[in-house]
Unconditional design. Structure first.
Length: 120
């Protein structure tokens, strides 16, 4: 296998992994305190693989999470500009994040428990 082939495989895997933990990252950011879209995007861009995250990617997920009762949204007037929509994690969102963390920890435990490959 060439380096290029492995890069393609890792790119596909990384893309799927990001989709899998995107909501967990959103909930974790909002658990730290309410935030509006730009603040959320700026925080998520600090996570590996999300450096190029576009604002437009976040809003459909936040809308779905609001519909599911994981977050609330509130328009807040701003003296320096237009009103901003602030998102806050709900109690259900907090419990869901805790459950996601539990799944994450169990997966990590399984991966770390794999025996090392024996030398040939």
């Amino acid at each position: 296998m060439t380096g290029t082939e492995m890069d393609e495989i890792l790119d596909r895997w990384s893309s799927q992994a990001r989709k899998g933990y995107f909501e967990m990252l959103l909930l974790a950011r909002l658990k730290a305190g309410r935030a509006y879209g730009y603040q959320i995007v700026a925080a998520l861009k600090q996570a590996p693989g999300f450096e190029n995250l576009a604002e437009g990617t976040v809003y459909p997920v936040l809308t779905r999470m609001k519909k599911d009762g994981l977050v609330t949204a509130e328009w807040v007037a701003d003296d320096t500009g237009p009103p901003r929509k602030y998102y806050t994690v709900t109690e259900l969102g907090d419990r869901t994040l805790d459950a996601m963390h539990g799944i994450w920890r169990r997966m990590d435990e399984v991966l770390l428990a794999q025996p090392a490959k024996e030398a040939s």
